[in-house]
Design a protein around this ligand. Sequence first.
Ligand SMILES: NC(=O)c1ccc[n+]([C@@H]2O[C@H](COP(=O)([O-])OP(=O)(O)OC[C@H]3O[C@@H](n4cnc5c(N)ncnc54)[C@H](OP(=O)(O)O)[C@@H]3O)[C@@H](O)[C@H]2O)c1
Length: 324
Amino acid sequence: MPKPFMELDSRIFVAGHRGLVGSAIVRGLRRAGYSNLLLRSRQELDLLDAHAVAAFFAEARPEFVFLAAAKVGGILANDTYPADFIRENLSIQTNVIEASKQVGVRRLLFLGSSCIYPKLAPQPMPESCLLTGPLEPTNRAYALAKIAGIEMCWAYNRQFGTRYLAAMPTNLYGPGDNFDLATSHVLPALIRKTAEAIKAGARQVVVWGSGTPRRELLYSDDAAEACLFLMNLDEERFVSLLVKDAPPLVNIGTGEDVTIRELAETVARVLGFEGEIVFDARKPDGTPRKLMDVTKLRGLGWRHTTELEQGIAKTWELVRNQFV
Ligand SMILES: NC(=O)c1ccc[n+]([C@@H]2O[C@H](COP(=O)([O-])OP(=O)(O)OC[C@H]3O[C@@H](n4cnc5c(N)ncnc54)[C@H](OP(=O)(O)O)[C@@H]3O)[C@@H](O)[C@H]2O)c1
């Protein structure tokens, strides 16, 4: 194993450390023995406040930054508050990236998501399909803010010689997930519906859509491991990701997908639901397929370790008290 680039006592700022991704990064860092984590809640440091962010960086002088703070939401929230999504995300990332440059942060990892890629991107989606076609309209404001963040990392690298990398994880799931049926993603929604069916003694779980769309899912702790892996790459491999003629961008995923039907069946197996899974094909299916091309990340030597059924079982162990 090559020596990790970050020292165990390096000053590391995890922005958004209470979120699904940020909390998993903090767990990963602690597991690996990192002891000098700089963590601030939104009450302590509002990342929308440029002066407060600059003052925090000047005082704490982080050497490494994981930028996992963002205004995040489902289709409804994105569609209803597009101005908030573009303004807040542009502000958070601008404030953190500029403050990082001011104090000479050694490496920064900016997190985005697969919605940066065109709606009709080739499947699986390689990093090179960025800006090759129109975006999905429902979260265009959010996606454009994230694309601007990638562009900003790239521009700062070119103009100031910084080492800022953007990582785009696929759909994540894990213990800190949102289980509210009105706003949750497909897997937490399936867990909740199945848990409630078991509790009520129901014989059926009704799942929206035909069950045929395919989805890729990655356990949040695995995504965090990938983030640490990227941040800890030796100088030669890290710099190889920061070329002049392509954005500094790496997909994080499993490179494998399952149908919604397979997903629902896996959840039923893990939770012990023996009734029937019924698909309501009158409800919309969404995109037929959304799969990351993870050739770049695999080429660097990273692969996920938590398979889907195992990840769902781990999640269920940690959240079951909320439902029983
Ligand atoms: N979840 C996924 O499936 C997924 C997949 C791919 C990529 N990502 C990316 O990963 C990043 C984080 O997503 P997530 O799912 O972890 O989101 P999340 O659970 O909503 O966490 C976001 C975090 O950012 C913090 N934050 C937001 N605005 C802030 C502000 N003004 N000042 C300080 N902190 C602020 C939030 O603080 P509060 O706790 O105070 O609200 C929260 O801790 C996003 O860029 C997202 O695109 C997520």
